[in-house]
Design a protein around this ligand. Structure first.
Ligand code: URA
Length: 209
């Protein structure tokens, strides 16, 4: 069973409730997702390995802290992952970014890959895969299957919302991948939507229908 981290900070829960409201505008939805993602980045990166560094302050020598290893990679699952990516990049502006394009076949909900572009040296890097909604889990599982071909140092998955069905599917396919989410909703409906949820995240981020 993979680690499940539900980040139930009051600021995040307040903003998530605003995002769920159907009357929330595209502009506000996008901004709230951006803010929540920045807040979530603190928890997602909390256990990143660090080492001591010797520095000089204007007054004396001191010991500081630096993050180990090569730069972290955020992998955005297109297109809705972009909404989380921007918020996380605010606190890790040096991160590398990968993109994976997967769409859900509407009838079968199976994930089909149409785009894949990653930074070099994935084997030496820590990866955080981002997508706002972990629903059936098919898309996230397919993305992580693909990334694992490069044998990265570590992989985490961060989403805004999930449901018991999505967590079970991820745990079966990738029990070694820790899962970070702002909430676990009641259920997945027969159309692959999370209930009560917030609707189609991609449409709400980009104002499409
Ligand atoms: N993807 C979404 O955007 N919303 C859901 O509820 C499920 C999957």
């Amino acid at each position: 069973m993979g680690d499940l981290h539900v980040i139930d900070h009051p600021l995040i829960q307040h903003k998530l409730t605003l995002m769920r409201r159907k009357e929330t505008s595209t502009k506000n939805f996008r901004q709230l997702l951006d803010e929540i993602s920045t807040l979530m980045a603190y928890e997602v990166l909390r256990d990143f390995p660090i080492h001591e560094v010797e520095i000089e302050t204007p007054l004396e020598r001191a010991t500081g802290t630096a993050i180990d290893g090569k730069k972290v990679v955020f992998v955005s699952i297109l297109r809705a992952g972009t909404g989380i990516l921007d918020g996380m990049l605010k606190v890790v502006p040096v991160a590398r970014v990968g993109h994976i394009g997967l769409y859900r076949q509407p009838k079968t909900l199976v994930a089909v890959e149409y785009y894949f572009k990653m930074p070099e040296d994935l084997a030496e890097r820590d990866i955080v895969v981002v997508d706002p909604m972990l629903a059936t889990g098919n898309t996230a599982i397919a993305a992580i299957d693909r990334i694992k071909e490069f044998e990265p140092k570590s992989i985490k998955f961060a989403c805004l919302l999930t449901c018991p069905e999505g967590i079970d599917a991820m745990n079966r396919a990738h029990p070694d991948v820790p899962l970070y989410t702002a909430a676990v909703d009641r259920e997945l409906d027969e159309h692959g939507y999370i209930r009560p949820g917030l609707g189609d995240a991609g449409d709400r981020i980009f104002g499409t229908k």
